[in-house]
Every structure is written in C-alpha cells, then in structure tokens.
Design a protein around this ligand. Structure first.
Ligand SMILES: Nc1ncnc2c1ncn2[C@@H]1O[C@H](COP(=O)(O)OP(=O)(O)OP(=O)(O)O)[C@@H](O)[C@H]1O
Ligand SMILES: Cc1ncsc1CCO
Ligand SMILES: [Mg+2]
Length: 330
C-alpha cells in the first residue's frame, strides 16, 4: 500500500471532508433526479426480508419515497416475489435459527436470477449464526451493501476482504470481527477502505459490473470502488428513532429498482439528509420527528435531492490495481 503520507487508499487524511464538490451540472445529479422522479412516477416494488423491530418504518418509508412494499419471510415467497419485484432488501437485524440455511439459498437464487438486492448487515460480527449467514452471502453477494461504519468494517472482516489499514503499509485487515451491536462505534471515515474494497468485490460479481457500498453516519459515504462520495447534512435526531438505517436500506432498494447502484445509494442518502433536516424543524421529540420525517420523505423534491451537497474524491490511480483478486477473495 501507499508509503507516502496518505493514510488510506482514497488519499483522505482525516475525518475532514477532503475532495471537491460535485459540480452542479455533473451528470450524476441528473441521474439522481431521474431516479427520484421515476420512483414517484412508476411506484416500483422493492420487497424486503427485514427485521421485526423496524419493519413498519421500512414499508412506510418506501411508500413515502414513492415506491411500494412487500415484506416476505418464507423463502419460496421471496423467490416468487423477486420475479415480480425490481429489487430486494435483506436486513439481518433479527434472525431466527431457521434462516441460517434459508438466507444463503435465497441469495444464490437471486444471483441465478440476476436480481439486484441490497444487504443491511445489521450487527455484523455478533453471533455465530449471523456470521455464518453473512459468510454465505460472500459467494452470492448483493448489489449494494448499506450499513453503519462498524457493520461495514465487520462485514469486510467476515468476508476476509484484504482491507489496507489506514496509515500503514502492511495490508493488515481492519475490524476482523468487531462486535458493535446495532449501533456504530466507529466513525464513517474509518470505514472508507473497507467500503472501497467491498465495492470492488461486489462489482466483480455484478452482471453489469456495477455495485456500491453506502456507509451511514453524521456524514454518509457512498462508493462504487473508484470514486468516494461524501454526503454531509441531515439531523442527529435520526439516531433517536429506531430504523433510520433500516429504512434507508429499504429506500435504497426502491431506488435500485429504477437506477444503477451508485445512483440508488446516492439518491437515498441525499433524500434522507434533506428529509431529516426538514423533519427536525419544529419537532418536539422522537415521536413527532418520526412522523414529520415520513411527511418529509414524501414532500422533498427531486430537485432538492439532486442539488444536495456532495463531496467527491477519487481513489488514487496507483491503487486502482486493488481488485477482488487481490482483495482477499477465495
Ligand atoms: N449524527 C448524525 N447526524 C446526522 N445524520 C445522522 C447522524 N447519524 C446518523 N444519521 C443519519 O441517520 C440515518 C441512519 O444512519 P445510521 O448510521 O444511524 O444507521 P444505523 O446505525 O444502521 O441505524 P439503525 O440500525 O438504527 O436503523 C442516515 O440517513 C444517516 O445519514
Ligand atoms: C434495535 C434493533 N435490534 C435488532 S434490529 C434493530 C433495529 C435497528 O437496526
Ligand atoms: Mg442499522
């Protein structure tokens, strides 16, 4: 890895927002606006296998963004629904022993169908059963992984991806199995290298070689493996309701139903930032915040979402040789 002063493969040196603003006329902003409008116009179905704590918020958020929802827990239901849904969301927050084999089989079926899906690796690193399920996804991986920083670092460890340590030349792995519960104990920037290496790994399996990883936090990070996008803003009230991250994963799947993975992840993150800012104005606590947040998901415009502040940095060309083959894959 790099032997100069740059401590990670993005060239980012600190938690500060390194990089340059995404220009107002960048084509990616048009793609974001198009995805947001297309969801509102076409009401696409993204199905979910999601946790029992936040299932209602996931469905309501997908509806508020303009999509539609179907929650499935039977493997044959999920496969049948995948044939009619444009994308699927799998969230491993509340597992049962039965799912140990079922979820791996479902992922392999989705892979055979070339069906795009989003994984939220909730609490990655906690429990042998969850780790076995996440391991099973390694050879039939999702199109997008969306999690908090600790989950992304832990999943990279479970998948044995060769994530270079920030500031070192050793190639040592970060966060091999770091248990973090459902809440992050790492900041978003510390998951940058894990996110880049993971995105490259995902895209090596994607039918059209397009994939993305989204890391949520005070400033969200989205990468396709070549470019890192940081999306500041939002409201810390998001940490006072359960399911902000889970429903972000569901809405990411809604956008994935109509858009490429990078655009879907950017659109969902930007929508959540703008909607949570709007919701925080005048809320009196978590209850009114959640209600106002659903209204804001409905009311924020495609133009507002596409005009969001986005900071871009490119993975240094010298590191572009990092590939799934050298990233610790089997
Ligand atoms: N301190 C913060 N300030 C602003 N926005 C935040 C903050 N923390 C989280 N968010 C936003 O909250 C949403 C969920 O991110 P978070 O990292 O909390 O997910 P999570 O840990 O998976 O959540 P959960 O597991 O509770 O569903 C994202 O839209 C993110 O931008
Ligand atoms: C609180 C909680 N426990 C398992 S899943 C979940 C929702 C947030 O991830
Ligand atoms: Mg979560």
């Amino acid at each position: 890895m790099s032997t100069d002063a740059s401590p990670d493969i993005t060239g980012s040196t600190s938690a500060a927002l390194n990089g340059t603003p995404l220009p107002a006329d960048d084509p990616e902003r048009q793609l974001i606006a198009k995805a947001v409008r297309e969801v509102k116009d076409t009401t696409p179905l993204a199905q979910s296998f999601t946790n029992f704590v936040t299932v209602n918020l996931v469905a309501n958020a997908q509806l508020a963004a303009g999509g539609t929802a179907a929650m499935s827990y039977l493997p044959d239901d999920i496969i049948d629904t995948a044939a009619i849904a444009k994308a699927t969301y799998i969230n491993v927050g509340t597992l049962l022993p039965f799912f140990k084999d079922a979820l791996g089989n479902i992922a392999r079926s989705l892979q055979a169908m070339h069906h795009p899906w989003v994984l939220d690796p909730v609490a990655a690193g906690i429990g042998r059963t969850r780790s076995a399920i996440l391991w099973a996804f390694r050879s039939a991986p999702p199109t997008i992984v969306r999690g908090n920083a600790s989950e992304i670092i832990a999943l990279a460890g479970i998948w044995d991806l060769n994530v270079p340590s920030a500031g070192s030349d050793t190639g040592a792995k970060e966060g091999t199995t770091r248990p973090a519960g459902v809440e992050a104990v790492d900041d978003v920037d510390s998951a940058t290298n894990a996110a880049i290496v993971m995105a490259r790994y995902l895209r090596s399996y994607a039918p059209n070689h397009r994939a993305a990883v989204a890391v949520s936090g005070a400033t969200d990070l989205v990468t396709d493996g070549d470019t890192v996008y940081r999306l500041p803003g939002g409201s810390s009230m998001m940490t006072k309701i359960t399911g902000a991250g889970c429903s972000l994963g569901g809405v990411t799947a809604t956008y994935l139903a109509v858009a490429d993975p990078l655009t879907a992840a950017l659109a969902a993150s930007a929508l959540y930032n703008r909607a949570s800012e709007q919701a925080a104005e005048g809320c009196t606590g978590p209850g009114s915040f959640q209600t106002r947040f659903l209204d804001a998901l409905w009311n924020v415009t495609a133009e507002d979402i596409a005009a969001s502040p986005i900071i871009v940095s490119h993975v240094p060309a010298s590191q572009n040789s990092v590939s799934p083959d050298t990233a610790g894959t089997a």
